[in-house]
Design a binder for this molecule. Sequence first.
Ligand SMILES: Nc1ncnc2c1ncn2[C@@H]1O[C@H](COP(=O)(O)OP(=O)(O)OP(=O)(O)O)[C@@H](O)[C@H]1O
Length: 224
Amino acid sequence: MTVPLLQVEAIAKRYTGDGGVVPVFDGVSLQVQAGEFVALLGESGVGKSTLLNAIAGLDTIDAGRVLLDGEDVHALPEPAQARLRREKLGFVFQAFHVLPHLRVHDNVALPLKLLGRDDAARVEAMLAAVGLEGLGHRLPQQLSGGQLQRVAIARALVHRPRLILADEPTGNLDPGTAERVLDTLVAQVRHEGAACVLVTHSRAAAARADRVLLLTPNGLRAAD
Ligand SMILES: Nc1ncnc2c1ncn2[C@@H]1O[C@H](COP(=O)(O)OP(=O)(O)OP(=O)(O)O)[C@@H](O)[C@H]1O
């Protein structure tokens, strides 16, 4: 048995605020192999985005550990954690986080640039893969919500990350465009040997996954 690319071991997350301690989840464990596509379902507010952020090290955890390609994400000092994210992770945020002052092409090229790489052909190929060919010169404000979402997806995949964490990546897309974007994600998983955790409310998106998991307040389990 090969070592999973992602190992989440009994992690817990709680928020502490004026109202006291709010537990989000506890005892969440998950293993994802390279080349495996996992969908994560769960009711609104149950903690799906928090779980993705915790896996990426973008949020702290209160118990357990996360191993990405054998590295203990939360035990790494911040510079090493940032390097791990730059090199190995592609994150599609629910709120896109497209940089408003950069043209579409430059937004998508950013992960490559941060790794000291320059590959305009790869950027254009990713834009074409998500159906945005010819729009590289535009500024984000000149795009629709669904187009912005696809910029975020192209940017998350452009540097061929080992792990793709995608938070509702088809939420703003019509069924046809959503299929095309899912095709791009599946291709990255199958052809590049990436692992993918996809948060979705869409049964059609979940149907593309190898495994479907359900996050509940009691932990993570296989969905029915
Ligand atoms: N910074 C924060 N401080 C306190 N509570 C928070 C914070 N961020 C999120 N929460 C709470 O943690 C819980 C999980 O939120 P999260 O966004 O992870 O849910 P989700 O399952 O992704 O929801 P959705 O499907 O609506 O996107 C929610 O109850 C939310 O109110």
